[in-house]
Design a protein around this ligand. Structure first.
Ligand SMILES: [Zn+2]
Ligand SMILES: [Zn+2]
Length: 260
């Protein structure tokens, strides 16, 4: 069985300090790949270095919508930084109206910059959206013009949002939230959408799944998300592992020569 963590932040201090242990536990749990996602340009080199050092770690480049006081990305900069075989995506980007109150036009501008970088490079978008579903879809339609695809990561939105995203060519990625007791709505979405549109992730070090809720999350815990997804879908665990891994490969690694 091969499992992939489609979204983690293993360059964060609490995870990188035990990188060898973390990679060992990934191996022990059949977690064969992890995508380490960028949240600010100042830390991009750390992520790129990890992806170069470890063949089964991949990188993205982008600036998180919650990070206000950091280097503002330009299309040119994102395109230039993404010019590496291990950089397989643009993001994480998107809109977060839960954390950012007041004038959020800067978030939408920054989101458009990432969309343009995705268009230019052909690399998929990793989208973070929180309490901003309508604007996220509207900007994707306007700026993306059907020329971008990607993933709605750490899904917490509604079924209509999920279906509209799939229609636009996006996958839906479920995190440890899927295992939380009060997440009936999210489980209902997971049950309703096709397995061909689903990936799984940890978003570690945050959001550790049950039974490790409250602890520091890490890529090996994606096993618990897989188990819960299989239960919700009523499918064998190995089938769900295979499908979500295939989906990851189709989205992020179609142009990557893995023998290189
Ligand atoms: Zn996020
Ligand atoms: Zn993240």
């Amino acid at each position: 069985m091969q499992i992939v963590d489609s979204h983690c932040h293993i360059n964060f201090p609490e995870l990188v300090e035990d990188i060898d242990g973390l990679l060992t536990r990934m191996r022990e749990n059949n977690v064969v790949k992890a995508l380490c996602v960028s949240v600010q340009l100042e830390k991009f080199q750390e992520i790129l270095d990890l992806s170069i050092k470890y063949p089964h770690v991949y990188a993205s480049v982008g600036v998180h919508p919650d990070n206000r006081n950091c280097e503002e990305p330009t299309v040119k900069k994102l395109v230039s930084l993404s010019n590496h075989a291990k950089v397989v995506a643009i993001g994480e980007t998107g809109l977060d109206y839960f954390r950012s109150k007041g004038d959020t036009e800067w978030q939408r501008d920054r989101f458009r910059v990432h969309i343009d970088a995705s268009k230019q490079t052909g690399k998929p978008l990793i989208i973070h959206t929180r309490e901003a579903g309508d604007d996220t879809l509207e900007i994707l339609r306007e700026q993306g013009r059907g020329q971008v695809n990607g993933v709605m990561h750490c899904f917490t939105e509604t079924l209509p949002f999920a279906l509209a995203s799939i229609e636009l060519g996006f996958l839906i990625s479920f995190s440890g939230i899927l295992t939380f007791k009060n997440a009936e709505d999210i489980r209902a979405v997971a049950k309703a959408i096709p397995i061909e549109s689903i990936m799984i992730e940890t978003d570690s070090p945050y959001l550790a799944p049950t039974p490790n809720r409250g602890k520091t999350n890490e890529p090996s815990y994606v096993r618990f998300v897989l188990d819960e997804l299989a239960r919700v879908k009523g499918l064998p665990i190995d089938v769900v592992a295979q499908k979500t891994t295939e989906n990851f490969h189709r989205l992020f690694l179609k142009n990557v020569d893995e023998s290189a």
